[in-house]
Write a protein that binds this ligand. Structure first.
Ligand code: NAD
Length: 420
């Protein structure tokens, strides 16, 4: 992998930048630049035709000062250790910013799930737990679904771990189906969290969400729920896209009709009564709010100057590059960072874990109320930190501020635990 594209190097540079601004203790910085533990294993799986394939798997436990490590497991043909390390570092900062009792981790297996049968996937999922199980546990390391892993896969993994432990251990993994003691509200928790940030950020920049115009890039899990929920808040979604392209209508798009068009034609561009636009045009459209909810590196130094929105809500991971971040800041466009905006998923994962440990379950309204409280507190800590630095004559972006809040918390916990 080329040096400049190495995601773990990027994660380390982001930490270095925050460390410099906040004057982080040198030893804390040294500890936090590297993962605490990296585990690799080879997993033999019997395939349907009777031959045995050996899959390579990873688990990176980045830092557990603030609680059991937490992070998804990805099944992907291009999985590699540097991506897993970077994602584990980012989980550490995300959980710390949310102030939930978790450290950060990530796992993965190099495989192509699209070419595997249901039974092969089940044997691989159970094999992963047999290989890594002794390093996992509700009080040790708690995985979750990620790219190409599903609630069903989480149920098999929980079952395998419980068999190894000789008792039910529902809290070993989150993102389980409701039948296996998953949490209410987990399905749309990422978009729901993003909407609480939309409400708070709009209030801060004095933008009325009722009637505000919104463009959303991506109509998958995150983007489609964001569309529905933003509409329920009174906003007008005027543009939406998927990998094929987008549509724009000044008078607003209808969620139900859009979902039907996507189902029928395979793309949102099948929606009648709106003009077709490209993904680039969507990002640059004349709206109040842009929500990138698809893939990384969408707002870059090439197009940041052309963004007209007052507010950018990063529901996707990494949609705004560091250079673009600076341009948006200079243009006084408020850019809310990904590990704040999309933290609703891990916050409700935390609720699932808490409910599993208590064996007592909450209603969907209780889940949303608690999510609102936690994510709003994260937003407030971020803005408060940004303002504190501003008062000292140091201009920092909301992303810098969020990093400072989360790194500072982990460093302080390590200090009081006597790690340095
Ligand atoms: P998804 O696969 O359900 O949907 C992705 C959407 O992006 C699809 O509509 C797809 O057509 C579109 N897309 C793909 N390539 C595109 C391109 N080049 N231009 C425009 N659109 C394109 O994925 P998701 O779960 O909705 O995740 C979207 C983003 O949100 C990712 O960055 C993910 O990491 C992040 N995220 C999701 C969750 C979650 O709970 N789903 C949690 C945290 C972060």
């Amino acid at each position: 992998m080329a040096e400049e594209l190495n995601p773990f190097k990027i994660a380390q540079e982001q930490l270095d930048e925050a460390a410099k601004i906040m004057n982080l203790d040198e030893t804390a910085h040294k500890i936090l630049r590297e993962p605490m533990r990296v585990i690799e294993a080879n997993i033999p799986v019997e395939m349907d035709d009777g031959h045995t394939e050996v899959f390579h798997g990873f688990r990176v436990q980045y830092n557990d000062a603030r609680g059991p490590t937490k992070g998804g497991i990805r099944f992907h043909p291009q999985e590699n250790i540097d991506t897993v390390k970077a994602l584990a570092a980012w989980m550490t900062w995300k959980c710390s910013l949310a102030n939930i009792q978790f450290g950060g981790a990530k796992g993965g297996v190099i495989c192509d799930p699209k070419k595997m049968s249901e039974k092969e996937l089940e044997r691989l999922s159970r094999g992963y737990i047999r290989a890594f199980g002794k390093f996992l546990g509700p009080k040790v390391d708690v995985p979750a679904p990620d790219v190409y892993t599903t609630p069903q896969i989480m149920a098999w993994m929980m079952d395998e771990y419980s068999k190894m432990a000789g008792r039910d251990e529902f809290g070993v993994i989150t993102g389980k189906p409701l039948e296996d003691w998953g949490s209410e509200g987990r399905f749309n928790s990422t978009a729901m969290g993003g909407m609480y940030i939309l409400r708070e950020a709009a209030r801060l920049i004095k933008l009325d969400v009722k009637g505000a115009t919104v463009a959303i890039q991506g109509f998958g899990n995150a983007g489609s729920f964001a569309f529905d929920l933003a509409t329920k808040l009174g906003a007008k979604v005027v543009a939406i896209s998927d990998s094929i392209g987008g549509v724009y209508s000044k008078s607003g798009l209808n969620f139900q009709e859009l979902a039907e068009a996507k189902k029928k034609t395979g793309s949102v561009q099948g929606y009648a009564g709106a003009s077709k636009i490209s993904n680039a045009e969507l990002l640059e459209s004349d709206v109040d709010v842009v929500i990138p909810a698809a893939i990384e590196d969408q707002i870059t130094e090439k197009n940041a100057d052309k963004i007209k929105a007052k507010l950018v809500l990063e529901l996707a991971n990494g949609p705004v590059t560091p250079q673009a971040d600076k341009i948006l800041f200079e243009k006084k466009i408020m850019d809310m960072p990904d590990f704040l905006v999309n933290s609703g998923g891990v916050i409700v994962s935390y609720f699932e874990w808490v409910q599993n440990l208590y064996s007592y379950y909450w209603t969907i309204d209780e889940v949303y109320q608690r999510l609102d409280k936690i994510i709003t507190a994260s937003f407030n800590s971020t803005i408060r930190t940004q303002n504190e630095y501003k008062d000292r004559g140091i201009k920092i972006t909301p992303r810098d501020a969020a990093y400072i809040v989360s790194v500072d918390r982990v460093a302080k916990t390590m200090k009081t635990r006597g790690w340095y």
